[in-house]
Design a protein around this ligand. Structure first.
Ligand code: AMP
Length: 184
């Protein structure tokens, strides 16, 4: 089992946990946020289009995101599996992913669960340029409205595990690896 999705609010520790997981399982880390930030830094047309949306804490269009994910999944390194981070984020993206792959080809979605108050504090602390209090609140609102329903989507397929995201990075990592290995 190597086709994984990681779910969790911004500030839940997805980035850190993904870096550890891709090393552990030897699969590529596919982060739509990282791809968008790279496009912004390079000043590509995609980056120019995405920047204002990202700064406001809003979601980039499903169409645009599905385009970059399709391109990325077509790379040879994704054949052996992958860890999707920050995608899918909406029901339309989940449906788009099912169209790109065969239904049921995501082995497991791992949800890192951290309360809103804790992620807000963490995000304010990391001080990224797009982490204004307004953008943080907007992202939590969008997570609840658009992304939380995906828990039911993967849960309904019997492909979801939720792990407690509080505690040290190592503790959370151990919980995630246990959950993935248990589900194999
Ligand atoms: P992230 O690093 O995953 O937190 O993403 C940073 C920002 O990029 C988000 O706040 C969105 O504006 C945008 N973004 C990243 N992934 C997606 C996605 N799957 N759908 C829509 N917008 C996204």
């Amino acid at each position: 089992m190597t086709r994984l999705v990681i779910l969790g609010k911004q500030g839940a520790g997805k980035g850190t946990q993904c870096a550890l997981l891709v090393e552990h399982y030897g699969i590529p880390h596919i982060s739509t946020g990282d791809m968008l930030r790279a496009a912004v830094a390079e000043g590509t047309p995609l980056g120019l289009q995405a920047k204002a949306v990202m700064d406001a804490g809003d979601l980039v269009s499903d169409e645009l995101i599905l385009g970059i994910v399709e391109e990325r999944l077509a790379q040879p390194d994704a054949e052996a599996g992958f860890l999707l981070d920050g995608f899918p984020r909406t029901a339309a993206q989940a449906d788009g992913l099912t169209e790109l792959l065969a239904p049921g080809s995501i082995d497991l979605a791992v949800n890192i669960d951290v309360p809103d108050a804790v992620v807000t504090e963490r995000m304010l602390g990391r001080g990224r340029a797009d982490d204004t209090p307004e953008a943080i609140a907007r992202r939590l609102e969008l997570y609840a409205a658009e992304t939380a329903p995906l828990l039911e989507y993967f849960g309904g397929q019997g492909r979801l595990v939720t792990v407690d995201g509080l505690g040290s990075e190592d503790d959370v990592q151990a919980r995630i690896v246990d959950a993935i290995d248990d589900a194999r």
